[in-house]
Design a binder for this molecule. Structure first.
Ligand code: SER
Length: 899
């Protein structure tokens, strides 16, 4: 397509892909830089669950914290609104415009152009014959009530008649709470906005913005242009931004619907193709089923989330992803899918969107396998859920009510929609306590809302304006620092006294603050008047803050002081941190490049590394990984630390942590041997990292993996030790082996073999005992026949047999039955602490007494359990001194029934 026009919408309907491209082309022609969409997992922003607007990646540009080498940008941004604050999941598929995933087209100005140009660009792009060529007569705009500038630009410059410009005030019950005042969240950049609406025509119900019918579908918002002017602080203060800016947003799916002359977003080319693919896959016709729309919508959110590194799990983002997948699968089942099918939707999605988002193409196989795995797991869960439902229903009879709690558990844990549960219970005449269900649902929503808030670190409560200089890379102590702030319970104080907990801020510090997986450091801060024990060090903005307690005397602000980090702890942490880098590199070498870091923890005692990998790491691979790391330690190579431009670091292949935000200049750590590959030097490990490390790999001493485990679907965790910790671990294992060898009277290398042969021997002996018991039992059986007695004229045999358990008693009973006709036989086997109970009643006698009744009677008397059919029943009970009495009374109980 040419860079300055698109085929007119009257000649030919524009495809979604063409509209996306046209938007970008238009703004590039207006000197905007085309910036790629950012990840759906927001960069280091604890206030957001998922990226939900085009401006998210530019938040710091608006605030003036971040500077880019452009002041105009255009994007097509991936957005997800599911979970957290905007949770529309239950509506998706049933309305014309709800989606979990959508694309937002946006143009941005960071202190460059403002209202005038922003409005002109919007109008030109929407109405110019060269671009979208929308009928200007069908467009209406809204402005913030007091925004006369915007009003005048629309009216005087664009020439829009007054009856098509609507002023909207604070219509949501608080100052600045308005459809025409946009805010990213409770805090952050915000400002008045102007919106453009398209009139779908008289045949659709609905009224203009500001009228009671505004929620109808006739007038649809297509363009939102925010004039970013303020930063809203947590206490509600509106702080002016350093420079007025512009943030516009246009939903790609909506504008496509308008240009393609359809009413619902689900009728645009992209969705029609996805829906048809889903129908074909399920072998059904597309008859507008909501379930097909659900599948077409959800495959987008799911695939893009997985491509951006989210995997199904039971918490946070992974949980939202899991619910979306399960919702799609349930809708597939509704349409008749019996096996995993959802993962097969990735291919049609790649066809539709792969060109605009190459990451989908690159990660197609990975996305498919992650979805398929979740589908298989859900199928199992579904079966478990059905079992749970069966057991919940066991005690209930027709007319009863299933508790709301049980219905909710099925919904929440097993993904059972309440209507599915209701269908099943209805068949048994049982209804559901819907009010109870709703109550649990509301509690869960509250929990989701709370978790959506993403508790911010407690250091954030302390607002320190200054920046602390960190001098700890090279030194452990600094005896010329100044206390510049003291805090207690989050409030600034002048003095901290003996025994008091608090926080100290210094102008300069050697203490490393928690970050990059490494925990904060410990040590002491001493002044002329007191000693403060540092228990933890964290960051708050640009400041480094020391948490701890005054051990002696008192400390006051502005006092000179000495700061000293505990050196043994520092060195042990550095060993673990450096070993983590070597481990990361070794994992990628042995398991492949698909291994990516998901998290890490480095303390002075252990290191923990979480990474994406689908299956448990084999014992053999673990040995290789451990060996590779130790080879690097023995090579004793100096650690190289360099500062460079981020692009340069990436070009060198430095591993960066996904979702972490890096500045333009980064600290790059190179460790281990350098190999030459294709003429290029490849170090064993190269990573971006701000943490503390050993000077040479040899300082790590020894590296020992202690465990490998799964922590969530597709995520593994390795824990390991270094230095003396690793040595202690090996020594302990070694001494355990020696003890074991001594106990077995074997040489150490023979221990495993010896244990194996003992286990084999034990199995043989058990079998032998079993055989002997059976022999004894049948010998006993022969002699038992003599004990048959008559009770109320019926032949009855009551016998106690030693060494017989629940398994053996059945064989013995068969033996007895073959020898005794028309007899009631009761056998009580005694083995260890357990009694095995069995009763047999010949068919001719079941009219008089039932075996099940006899066993139930015995079980009740003996405090056990049991039951069965009229001719045979079995049970068990603990062996106790009640046995003799119960056996003695059994004949008279039988007599009372038989007489
Ligand atoms: N931030 C605004 C929105 O999301 C405009 O991009 O609607």
């Amino acid at each position: 397509m040419s860079s300055n026009s698109v085929p007119s919408s009257s000649d030919k309907l524009l495809s979604t892909a063409q509209i996306r491209q046209a938007f970008i082309d238009f703004f590039v022609s207006k000197q905007h830089t085309h910036v790629p969409s950012s990840s759906l997992v927001p960069f280091n922003d604890p206030t957001l669950l998922f990226t939900n607007a085009g401006m998210n990646q530019f938040k710091d540009c608006f605030l003036g914290i971040d500077k880019r080498d452009y002041t105009r940008a255009v994007t097509s941004q991936k957005c997800v609104r599911a979970g957290g604050k905007h949770n529309d999941l239950d509506n998706v598929g049933y309305t014309a415009r709800h989606h979990t995933f959508f694309e937002m087209l946006g143009n941005f100005s960071f202190g460059d152009y403002f209202k005038q140009a922003a409005i002109s660009y919007a109008w030109e792009f929407l109405t110019s014959k060269q671009w979208l060529a929308l009928d200007a007569e069908r467009l209406y705009v809204t402005v913030y009530e007091t925004d006369n500038d915007a009003y005048n630009i629309w009216h005087n410059d664009i020439g829009l008649p007054a009856d098509r410009i609507i002023r909207i005030g604070d219509n949501k019950g608080a100052p600045y709470a308005s459809d025409n005042f946009w805010a990213m969240g409770d805090t952050g950049p915000c400002g008045p906005c102007t919106e453009v609406f398209f009139d779908h025509g008289e045949h659709v119900e609905g009224g203009l913005p500001g009228t009671p019918e505004e929620d109808g579908d006739r007038y649809i918002e297509v363009w939102n242009c925010v004039f970013m002017q303020f930063n809203r602080l947590a206490d509600g203060t509106m702080e002016p931004l350093p420079a007025p800016s512009v943030d516009t947003g246009m939903g790609l799916e909506r504008i496509s619907a308008i240009l393609q002359g359809v009413h619902s977003n689900y009728e645009i080319d992209l969705f029609v193709n996805l829906i048809n693919s889903a129908a074909k896959l399920l072998g059904i016709a597309n008859e507008g089923q909501a379930s097909l729309k659900v599948i077409a919508d959800h495959i987008r959110a799911v695939s893009f989330l997985i491509a951006d590194g989210v995997l199904p799990s039971n918490e946070g983002r992974g949980y939202v992803l899991r619910r979306i997948i399960r919702r799609a699968v349930r809708h597939g089942n509704k349409l008749g899918a019996e096996d995993s099918f959802f993962y097969k939707m990735v291919a049609p999605l790649v066809t539709e969107m792969g060109e605009a988002y190459p990451q989908l193409v690159e990660k197609q196989a990975f996305i498919e396998s992650a979805i398929e795995k979740e589908e298989v797991q859900f199928a199992k869960t579904l079966a478990q859920g059905l079992r749970l439902l069966d057991s919940e229903l066991e005690g209930l009879k027709s007319g009863d009510v299933l508790s709301g709690e049980a219905a909710f558990k099925l919904y929440d844990t097993y993904g059972f929609p309440v209507d599915l549960t209701a269908d099943i219970t209805r068949e048994r005449g049982i209804s559901i306590d819907e009010a109870g269900f709703d109550e649990h649902m509301e509690q869960q929503r509250q929990r989701a809302r709370d978790s959506g808030k993403f508790d911010v670190d407690y250091s954030a409560a302390i607002k320190v304006e200054t920046a602390t200089e960190f001098v700890g890379y090279e030194q452990l102590e600094d005896d010329q620092v100044t206390i510049i702030g003291l805090y207690q319970d989050g409030k600034e104080v002048d003095e901290l006294n003996e025994g008091e907990q608090g926080v100290i801020v210094l102008n300069r510090t050697p203490f490393y603050a928690e970050g990059g997986g490494q925990v904060g450091e410990m040590g002491e801060i001493r002044s002329a008047s007191g000693v403060f024990e540092v228990e933890d060090t964290k960051k708050s903005g640009q400041a480094i803050i020391h948490h701890g307690v005054v051990n002696m005397g008192s400390l006051t602000t502005q006092q000179p002081a000495e700061a000293q980090v505990k050196s043994n702890i520092r060195l042990a942490s550095a060993r673990n941190h450096s070993a983590t880098h070597l481990l990361h590199a070794a994992l990628r070498k042995v398991l492949g490049e698909k291994v990516s870091q998901k998290g890490s923890l480095v303390t002075s005692e252990v290191l923990r590394f979480d990474f994406s990998y689908d299956t448990p790491v084999s014992a053999r691979d673990l040995l290789t990984i451990e060996r590779l790391v130790n080879e690097q330690i023995q090579a004793n190579i100096a650690t190289q630390i360099e500062f460079m431009n981020i692009d340069e670091a990436m070009a060198k292949g430095a591993a960066a942590l996904f979702g972490e935000k890096y500045g333009e200049t980064v600290r790059v750590l190179t460790m281990g041997t350098r190999e030459i590959e294709d003429g290029v030097e490849k170090p064993f490990s190269i990573e971006l990292c701000g943490g503390l490390h050993v000077k040479r790999t040899g300082d790590i001493g020894l590296f020992k993996i202690t465990s490998e485990s799964g922590i969530a679907a597709g995520i593994r965790r390795i824990e390991a030790l270094t230095g003396m910790g690793a040595l202690r671990y090996v020594q302990q294992a070694d001494s355990q082996l020696t003890t074991l060898a001594n106990q077995l009277k074997a040489k150490r290398p023979e221990v495993a073999e010896r244990v194996q042969s003992m286990a084999d021997k034990q199995r043989e002996l058990e079998k032998e005992i079993e055989r002997l018991n059976q022999k004894i039992a049948s010998a006993q059986a022969a002699s038992l026949i003599d004990d048959v007695q008559l009770i109320a004229d019926k032949k009855v045999l009551i016998a106690q047999v030693a060494g017989i358990d629940g398994k053996a008693i059945r064989g013995l009973m068969d033996d007895m039955k073959s020898k005794l006709q028309d007899t009631i036989i009761v056998l009580i086997g005694e083995k260890g602490e357990q009694l095995a109970l069995a009763a047999s009643v010949s068919k001719s006698l079941t009219g008089d007494i039932k075996a099940g009744d006899i066993i139930r009677y015995l079980a009740t008397e003996l405090g056990g359990k049991g039951g069965g059919k009229p001719d045979y029943a079995q049970g068990g009970a603990p062996n106790s001194d009640k046995l003799a009495t119960v056996v003695a009374q059994l004949p008279s109980w039988l007599e009372s029934l038989l007489a």
